[in-house]
Structures are given as structure tokens and as C-alpha cells.
Design a binder for this molecule. Structure first.
Ligand SMILES: CC(C)(COP(=O)(O)OP(=O)(O)OC[C@H]1O[C@@H](n2cnc3c(N)ncnc32)[C@H](O)[C@@H]1O)[C@@H](O)C(=O)NCCC(=O)NCCS
Ligand SMILES: Nc1ncnc2c1ncn2[C@@H]1O[C@H](COP(=O)(O)OP(=O)(O)OP(=O)(O)O)[C@@H](O)[C@H]1O
Length: 556
């Protein structure tokens, strides 16, 4: 078995340093690979990784930000191993970890495992307190951690393993975050795979270090759980309600003081004294004991209140989770993300051993968007920065001036379509084709092959550029996306697009809508793209383009 360790990272070079240092010290004697996926970070860990190049077998990828789940999928897709082990960047790995995993797999193979987490002596007092809240048997740790049944354990993505086969069949993580790990476990079960806890394969997990981040994290967890419950009602558990019941109980206890019952509050007081004592004893520090009380409080309230809110909107009002809680979802397509997302490699078809003996071709970035979205404006901005851009409408117009193309069009659409000088009357042709998709197909079948050939030659002329853009409204419709390494979609509200085209062209609203009806919707294009630019305010658009260019330059 060859292990590939997959680590997504976002703006945390220091964490990677400590994690890699711990892997250098491993007692595992066989070769293994580390795949680091830099998820669009501004502060990258590239320099840190370089430091370990001679000590560890590392592949380092930089890609635009798409969330931890998608980044892990990206890493697994590019990994060479047959079993993938996933860590969060804020983990430190004990030296026997890989031996423990191999032993457990040898003893009884499983396609997906999870391991526990522990705190290190060097962790800060807050880290230790948070760790207590997340793992102790008297808090929700009892619910989510080691006490779950070993053979029905839902691995957490900070420390888990998955076979290549299980990854390929499940297509990996979905786009919900947090909650992507239980979501994956349930989908694996449905596919007939088992998941198991490997108690000895623990890692040291630093977790969010400040209170604010911790509160945000637990609150997001509380929101995600009812969404997962709505997707997989057969896997609901009463334990998911505990924090909310804890909060409701506390509120009722406060209220009952007015009715002169104070035993409820006393019970809560006793509970928190127990938390304090247990955490103080376990950590040999009353300070950590005190901080653990705060951590448990934050955890129950953060999760409990958010769970209730989300349960109300998702389970009772049946609101669409993606609309109600868009921040819990990363922008990737659930259907296609395995084939088309994350990786820049799609179906590279542009040069198939031509006579030119091309050694390399530039990265091709598709730039698409509906009519009036602003593609050409963006294309011109890119050109002003020295980036080669193929503007398909312009090139198609030139192609349509070629006598043989004109003849073909005249044969299909009649000589009436021509002006007196035998050029094409574009207004007439547009009126014909955009109201009848069969006619448009005929026109496309004449023009598109010629444009495709022209584009191929154009790419060869720019073969020394690091990357080039291909701008076209109908990138997906024409199949042009297959030549692209990455796709950028430009969007703008429909009404703005119509207004812009009315201003730009001598046309009517109906004619613009006719063209829109012959193009994919913004939603469809977005789903199939790696990068989306909302072009409402052009100053912002320029910033997004500059950011994209800097990523592209870094990833060459
Ligand atoms: C019908 C024609 C003559 C109308 O010409 P016109 O000068 O009015 O439009 P122009 O070519 O500048 O295109 C303007 C916009 O219309 C839309 N559009 C153009 N062609 C298509 C098409 N085949 N399908 C859907 N939308 C289209 C796009 O948003 C495009 O940016 C022309 O659009 C055409 O020949 N289209 C077929 C060839 C084609 O697909 N060209 C575009 C890229 S290869
Ligand atoms: N952010 C913006 N704000 C306002 N106007 C804009 C913006 N971006 C582009 N425009 C204007 O909107 C019009 C349409 O833009 P553009 O020609 O770039 O669109 P397009 O996507 O290439 O459309 P088509 O599919 O018709 O070729 C242009 O006149 C352009 O100047």
C-alpha cells in the first residue's frame, strides 16, 4: 500500500512548517507522498515546502480558492497513492501514526477510517481548553468523538483516510462546509463502504486558536447539522439535539427562578463546577479549568442556538439550504466537480501531434459569459496588460468574410442573405437564426469548424505565452470548453446586460432576449467554471482579473 497524505492549506504557512517537521520524524520506513494543496492563499507556504524538498516526497499545488473539501478532492485526484490520508494543516503527526494506520488496515481493511485528536503539552491554554470542550466525555466531545461506535464512526476530515476506490466512487467531498465529512461518510455507507475508528491513529490538533474563530466554527456546525439531517433523514440522531436542549434548559432554569425554583440553575452550576474540576485535573491547571468552562459555554450556545435556528428554517419552513445559508456552501458543481473542478486539466485536445512538432502549448483559459455580460470589455483589459486574447466574435466575423464560407451560407440561407457586394447581411441572418434554433445550428455548423481551425493556428502563433484567453459567449454550447485548462465566467444581472446592449448596439430588447434564449443561463455557466467574475462594477472586476492573473503567473 502506498500512502498519499493530502493537506489543504489556506494562508497558514506556519502550520505547514510544524506539520511537515512532525512528518520528517516519522518512524514509518516505507516511502509515502505528501500532496499540499494551496487553496488560493495570499500568504503561501511555498517557501516552507521548499525547505523540506530533500527530506520528504512532496507535491505542491496552488489553485484558486474553492474550499477545503474541493481542495482535498483536487489533492486526491493528483495523488499517486492507492490510499489517501487527509490532515488539516493545524495538525501535528505523532511519529508512529503511519505504522498504526498500516497495522490497523492489515488487521482488518476498511475503505475509510478516522482517528481521534489530542492536545500537545506545547499548546496554549486556550487551545487546551477548546480541546477539552471538543473531546471530553462530559461535553459534546462524548457525542462526536471516540465514544461513537467504532464500526459506525464518522471520520472527521482533520484526520482520516480513504481508499482510492472509495474516493473515485463517491467523488470525494461535496461543497458543504463544515459538515463535508459526515456528508461523505453517509454517502460512502450508501455505496456499501464501511467506515471505522482507528483509536491508535491519533493526531495533535491545534484547532482554532482564538475565541472568536471557535465561536464561528461551532455556530457553523450547528447550522450545518439540520441541513445534513434534511438530506439524510434516516441518519438523524437525538444526540444532535443535546446542545440545543442544554440551552433551552438553561433559559427555562433562569425563568423558573421567578417561580422560586432554583434547582435548575443549581444543576447547571454543578455541571460547570464538574467541567472546571475535570479540566483542571486533566490539564493540571486551574487556569485551563476556568477557560474550559468558557469553551464549553461557547460551544453549547454557539452550536445549540444555531442548530435551533437552522432546524426552524430548514426542517420546519423547508427553506433551500443553499439560499438560506450560502456561506456554508463553496462554489463548486456537485455533479461535475470531480471531472471538471479544481484541477486545471480538462480535455486537452487542441494540438494533436501536428507537423509543427510543438513541445509545449500555453495554458488556455476560457472566458465566457452571456450577451452583454462584459466579456469583450474584460478581454480588452487583459489585452491592455499584454495577455493574448482570442475574441471569437471578431475572428468569426473575419472568417465569415472568406468567399467559401459566404458561398456555404448562401447555399443554406439563400442569396437573399447577401448584400449587393456579396458580403453577409448580418442583421438579416441574425433575424433568421436567433428566432429558430434549427437555423442557428445550421449556421454554427458552417462557421464553428472554420473558427476552430483558425483558433488552433492562433494558439500555435502564441505558443511561447505562459497562458492565453479564449473569449466567447458560447464556449460550452460550441464544445470549445474542451480545449481549455480553466474556465472563467463573467456574470451580471440580466437587466443590466439588456440595458448595456441596448446602449451599445442599434437593437431591441426582444432581439437581445432571443439571443439569450440561445445561450446557457448564468447558473449553468457558473456551475461549469472554476472562476466567476461578477461584472457589475468594473473597478471591482479589474481587481478580480488582477488577482486571477497573479494566480495564473504563480502556477506556471
Ligand atoms: C448571426 C450573426 C451573423 C449576427 O451577427 P451580429 O454582428 O449581430 O452579432 P455578433 O456576431 O457580433 O455576436 C454578438 C453576440 O451575439 C451572441 N451570439 C453570436 N453567435 C451566437 C450563437 N451562435 N449562439 C448564441 N449566441 C450567439 C453572442 O453573445 C455574441 O457575443 C453572428 O452572430 C453569427 O454569425 N453567429 C454564428 C457564429 C458564431 O457562433 N459566432 C460567435 C462565436 S464563434
Ligand atoms: N461593469 C460594467 N458596467 C457598466 N457597463 C459595462 C460594464 N462592463 C461592460 N460594460 C459595457 O456593456 C456593454 C457590453 O459589454 P461587452 O461588449 O464587453 O459584452 P459582451 O459580454 O462581450 O457581449 P456580447 O456577448 O454581445 O459580445 C459594453 O458597451 C461595455 O462598455
Amino acid at each position: 500500500m502506498f500512502f498519499s497524505i493530502i493537506i489543504p492549506v489556506y494562508n497558514r504557512p506556519d502550520e505547514i512548517d510544524e506539520l511537515l517537521e512532525s512528518l520528517v520524524k516519522t518512524s514509518y520506513s516505507k516511502e509515502f507522498e505528501i500532496v499540499i494543496v494551496e487553496d488560493g492563499s495570499e500568504t503561501t507556504c511555498q517557501n516552507i515546502v521548499e525547505k523540506y524538498k530533500n527530506m520528504l516526497l512532496i507535491s505542491y499545488y496552488y489553485k484558486p480558492n474553492s474550499g477545503p473539501g474541493d481542495s482535498r478532492n483536487f489533492g486526491m485526484k493528483n495523488a499517486k497513492g492507492d490510499y489517501f490520508i487527509i490532515f488539516d494543516s493545524d495538525c501535528i503527526i505523532p511519529k508512529d501514526y503511519l505504522n498504526e494506520v498500516e497495522n490497523a488496515l492489515d488487521e482488518k481493511f476498511v475503505d475509510c477510517f478516522g482517528g481521534p485528536d489530542k492536545a500537545l503539552k506545547s499548546f496554549s491554554t486556550i487551545q487546551k481548553a477548546i480541546n477539552f470542550a471538543m473531546t471530553s466525555f462530559i461535553t459534546t466531545g462524548g457525542i462526536r468523538g471516540g465514544s461513537e461506535k467504532i464500526d459506525k464512526f464518522q471520520p472527521r476530515s482533520f484526520n482520516m483516510g480513504i481508499s482510492k476506490k472509495a474516493f473515485e466512487m463517491s467523488k470525494g467531498f461535496g461543497n458543504i462546509h463544515p459538515g463535508e465529512d459526515p456528508d461523505l461518510s453517509i454517502r460512502l455507507w450508501k455505496l456499501g463502504f464501511d467506515t471505522r475508528l482507528f483509536p491508535k491513529a491519533f493526531v495533535y490538533h491545534k484547532r482554532r486558536i482564538d475565541w472568536e474563530k471557535f465561536s464561528i466554527q461551532v455556530s457553523k456546525f450547528g447550522k450545518a447539522r439540520p441541513i445534513l439531517n434534511s438530506w439524510y433523514p434516516e441518519y438523524k440522531k437525538i444526540t444532535y439535539w443535546f446542545p440545543s436542549l442544554f440551552v433551552i434548559g438553561l433559559v427555562l432554569s433562569f425563568l423558573s427562578v421567578f417561580l422560586l425554583f432554583d434547582w435548575g440553575l443549581k444543576l447547571y452550576f454543578v455541571y460547570f463546577v464538574c467541567v472546571f474540576l475535570l479540566a483542571s485535573i486533566q490539564n493540571k491547571s486551574v487556569i485551563i479549568g476556568g477557560l474550559s468552562v468558557i469553551a464549553v459555554w461557547k460551544q453549547f450556545f454557539g452550536y445549540g442556538v444555531s442548530f435551533l435556528e437552522s432546524h426552524f428554517f430548514i426542517s420546519i419552513l423547508k427553506r433551500d439550504p443553499k439560499k438560506k445559508y450560502p456561506k456554508l456552501f463553496f462554489k463548486i458543481s456537485e455533479e461535475n466537480h470531480f471531472e471538471e473542478k479544481g484541477s486545471f486539466v480538462t480535455e486537452k485536445k487542441i494540438v494533436e501531434n501536428t507537423d509543427d512538432k510543438i513541445l509545449r502549448i500555453p495554458k488556455i483559459i476560457g472566458l465566457t459569459g452571456g450577451i452583454g455580460s462584459g466579456k469583450t470589455t474584460i478581454a480588452q483589459y487583459l489585452q491592455s496588460k499584454g495577455v493574448p486574447v482570442y475574441i471569437s466574435d471578431v475572428e468569426a466575423k473575419k472568417v465569415m468574410e472568406q468567399p467559401e464560407i459566404i458561398s456555404k451560407i448562401a447555399v443554406v440561407f439563400g442569396n437573399d442573405i447577401l448584400n449587393s457586394d456579396r458580403t453577409i447581411n448580418r442583421d438579416k441572418l441574425a433575424a433568421l437564426v436567433f428566432k429558430d434554433s434549427e437555423q442557428l445550428k445550421k449556421l454554427n455548423s458552417i462557421v464553428h469548424p472554420a473558427v476552430k481551425k483558425h483558433f488552433k493556428n492562433w494558439v500555435l502563433e502564441h505558443k511561447n505565452a505562459p497562458f492565453i484567453f479564449k473569449e466567447t459567449a458560447i464556449l460550452f454550447e460550441s464544445g470549445g470548453y474542451k480545449d481549455c485548462d480553466m474556465i472563467v465566467t463573467v456574470t451580471a444581472p440580466t437587466e443590466n446586460r439588456i440595458e448595456r446592449v441596448l446602449k451599445r448596439d442599434n437593437t431591441t430588447r426582444d432581439k437581445i432576449i432571443q439571443r439569450m434564449n440561445n445561450q446557457l443561463s448564468d447558473e449553468e455557466r457558473k456551475e461549469r467554471s472554476q472562476f466567476v467574475i461578477n461584472n457589475e462594477n468594473f473597478e471591482n472586476t479589474k481587481k478580480e482579473i488582477d488577482q486571477l492573473l497573479s494566480v495564473l503567473l504563480k502556477t506556471q
